[in-house]
Design a binder for this molecule. Structure first.
Ligand code: C2E
Ligand code: MG
Ligand code: MG
Ligand code: MG
Length: 286
């Protein structure tokens, strides 16, 4: 009887696994369709210098305008694509779309540096820098250095040597990097010497709790010190209140993005947001 039960259990397990595979397969098919139907779009979240008030750029963040489910955040569909070649297609769509947007802003006299997020798989392609320069060549009025690539610190750890080489090749084309969600990976300290990224972005989880949790404050202090020691710049994400802004500025981190400054918005809203943003500095606004 035990054997019978075991057999049934395995049978049930197989069914569950088959279902999971089918769901995964259907989701990927739907995502492929979404690409061809142009259902993806980019939102842009401004980045500012909180002290001077200067708008220093914007981060492009993918959204899916799903015909039935509405506007979807990346957490609802990007994880399915990880470790799958479609993630590279989406990644190239993101870079191409951001460049086209920058080109059209540029034509209207608005020079906004834009950063795009790059997945681990995309970054580890040998031909990544070549693809990047091809995409840049399609938009000759966009200066390569006005594009930045954000990579998760954790997606660099798998093959540090290779990622470091890809970064150098992209820098040779004129495009620099930000290490995103910095501090959430481990051994950041020693890895940093292999990763020539210009900027470290302090993860929002540390910023969120910095006012109450001395440990998070210490981590932020550490990242700012590390950036200074390595000659990198530093930016904070998740700045939601003036109290966060004031403390970060006093600690030596003036660049930031966050709901307290602006939420991610459609591309068409960004020019008006920029002209409406007064150059007072965040603290002056409270
Ligand atoms: P990320 O690159 O760390 O982007 C920051 C995320 O935090 C964004 O969420 C943004 O909307 C959110 N955020 C910004 N300020 C605040 C704040 O003050 N408070 C809070 N609670 N959240 C804030 P989003 O757009 O949902 O993106 C989530 C993640 O998905 C991104 O994290 C990034 O890792 C990934 N992602 C987004 N777009 C792309 C893309 O085009 N390609 C790839 N590979 N990944 C992307
Ligand atoms: Mg990012
Ligand atoms: Mg981040
Ligand atoms: Mg994040």
């Amino acid at each position: 009887a035990a054997k019978q039960a075991g057999k049934n259990r395995y049978h049930l397990f197989d069914v569950a696994q088959d279902n999971a595979i089918k769901i995964q397969h259907d989701s990927l098919e739907r995502i492929r369709l979404a690409l061809s139907r142009h259902e993806f779009l980019l939102y842009y979240q401004p980045k500012v210098n909180m002290k001077s008030g200067e708008v220093i750029g914007a981060e492009a963040l993918i959204r899916w305008q799903h015909p039935e489910r509405g506007l979807l955040n990346p957490a609802e569909f990007l994880p399915i694509t990880e470790d799958h070649p479609i993630s590279i297609e989406i990644g190239e769509w993101v870079i191409g779309t951001a460049l086209a947007q920058m080109s059209s802003w540029h034509a209207r006299g608005l020079a906004v540096p834009v950063s795009v997020n790059i997945g681990a798989r995309q970054l580890q392609q040998d031909c990544f820098a070549t693809r990047l320069s091809q995409l840049l060549a399609e938009h000759p009025n966009v200066q390569p250095w006005s594009l930045q690539l954000e990579v998760l610190e954790t997606s660099c750890l798998e093959d540090l040597g290779k990622v470091g080489a890809v970064m150098k090749a992209c820098q040779a084309v004129g495009v620099d990097f930000t290490l995103d969600d910095f501090g959430t990976g481990y051994s950041s300290l020693s890895h940093l010497k292999h990763l020539p990224a210009a900027t470290l972005k302090i993860d929002q989880s540390f910023v969120r709790d910095m006012l109450d949790d001395p440990n998070d404050l210490a981590i932020i202090n550490g990242v700012i010190g590390l950036a200074r020691a390595f000659g990198r710049s530093v930016i904070a994400e998740g700045v939601e209140t003036a109290a966060h802004a004031t403390l970060l500025i006093s600690m030596g981190c003036e660049d930031a993005q966050g709901y307290g400054i602006a939420r991610p918005m459609p591309a068409t809203d960004l020019p008006a947001w920029i002209s409406g943003w007064r150059h007072l500095g965040y603290v002056g606004k409270t």
